[in-house]
Design a protein around this ligand. Structure first.
Ligand SMILES: [Zn+2]
Length: 385
């Protein structure tokens, strides 16, 4: 069985917000899964491949909680061909779709949105081992869908629905949310001002009415809700808070203060909200984590868990954690060359976005060295037996 021992890890980030840093310096990967943490000499010697991390920081592969992937290469809204490959070089091994908004001529009728959700979900599920894992096929809710549609989509693998369009009949909107949950799908809702010509502005009262699971870009997309509305959603609900790189920085600051005040770290997930409109930013997740760690009271290791294990938990993904049985989707990161920081966590904390040394998906070494970040201060050593 192919196996990899990663040894001499300086800091081991778990992805688990309850215990962000693990007291161990090595992990064993067998096939596509993490098999053990903290290895004996015999386990290290028995591995078919050894990666000496020379003190670098090992993290679960980042999960971008907010993306808009396309299908195929023709995307008239924006030229967004090949961006997922670049995000991989920013340490991202998984991403969540909040709707395939770039599909040319995207349908708005019930049959069309349903077909697109099923197609996108299946297309992204069928990618080869070692590809970035996209949870695609989030249904954009449209008036006229019936419960059988939700049942069929759930059966075919659609795992989430999103409110962005004006569903004028509020009773229908509330019903959609209930049907989605009944059939095991997550309910996401656009928070804040309109971001597309045909998307309405939302407010806290309208959001609370439909009882979502995920407050998508609560810090704005990029126009944010009012501070009073944000306050209400933070204090009076326990819903997942999706914070995005391309949001409103003032709202981000308000929410981070409230997360610390309320001890609501486990509710937060991090994403980019790209490429729609905002463009492609391969290092967007690293920059957002750096923002949180350097300018708010949230610690770097906590922000890393928000960007990994928290998101995996919300969407039931078998990744995002350094623990036995989890998918071997990991990255080695370090302070970048030229930084006064001595390791990745210090680098985040002082505001220098760290360097990505290598990235593994399903135990396969898919990025040997990031082409997007500044080089790391240390270089890992790979030995194959
Ligand atoms: Zn979005």
């Amino acid at each position: 069985m192919p196996s990899t021992a990663i040894i001499n890890v300086g800091t081991l980030i778990s992805g688990n917000i309850q215990q962000p840093i693990l007291d161990a310096d090595s992990i064993l990967i067998e096939n596509d899964k993490i098999a053990a943490i903290g290895l004996s000499d015999a386990q290290i010697k028995g591995a078919s491949q050894i990666i000496d991390a020379v003190g670098m920081t090992l993290i679960p592969g980042l999960i971008d909680s907010h993306t808009h992937p396309a299908i195929g290469d023709y995307t008239p809204r924006l030229n967004v061909v090949g961006w997922i490959e670049h995000y991989l070089h920013g340490g991202i091994t998984s991403m969540i779709s909040l709707g395939e908004l770039h599909v040319p001529g995207r349908p708005h009728d019930p049959a069309g949105v349903k077909a697109l959700a099923i197609l996108a979900s299946k297309c992204y599920r069928n990618v080869p081992r070692g590809s970035v894992k996209v949870m695609g096929g989030t249904l954009i809710l449209e008036s006229g869908l019936v419960e059988d549609d939700f049942r069929e989509m759930a059966k075919e693998g659609v795992r989430a629905v999103k409110f962005i369009q004006a569903i004028e009949d509020r009773a229908e909107a509330v019903q959609f949310s209930k049907w989605a949950k009944k059939h095991g799908m997550r309910v996401m809702i656009h928070c804040g001002g309109t971001s597309l010509p045909d998307v309405p502005t939302t407010n806290a009262a309208g959001i609370i009415e439909v009882q979502p699971d995920v407050l998508a870009h609560l810090n704005g997309g990029p126009t944010a809700l009012s501070p009073a509305d944000i306050d209400q959603l933070m204090r009076n609900t326990g819903w997942t808070v999706d914070l995005v790189r391309f949001g409103n920085p003032k709202a981000l600051d308000q929410i981070c203060k409230m997360v610390v005040e309320l001890g609501a770290h486990r509710r937060v997930i991090l994403g980019t909200d790209s490429p729609t409109g905002n463009g492609v930013e391969p290092l967007g997740m690293l920059h957002l984590i750096t923002h949180l760690a350097s300018l708010t009271e949230i610690k770097a290791e906590e922000a890393l868990c928000m960007a990994t294990g928290n998101t995996a938990k919300v969407y039931d993904l078998p990744t995002g954690l350094i623990e036995a049985g989890s998918s071997a989707d990991v990255a080695l990161i370090d302070a970048p060359v030229g930084s006064i920081a001595k390791d990745a966590l210090e680098s985040f904390t002082i505001g220098d976005s760290p360097a990505v040394g290598m990235v593994m998906i399903d135990g396969l070494l898919v990025v040997k060295r990031s082409k997007n970040t500044i080089p790391p201060q240390r270089n890992y050593k790979l030995t194959t037996h």
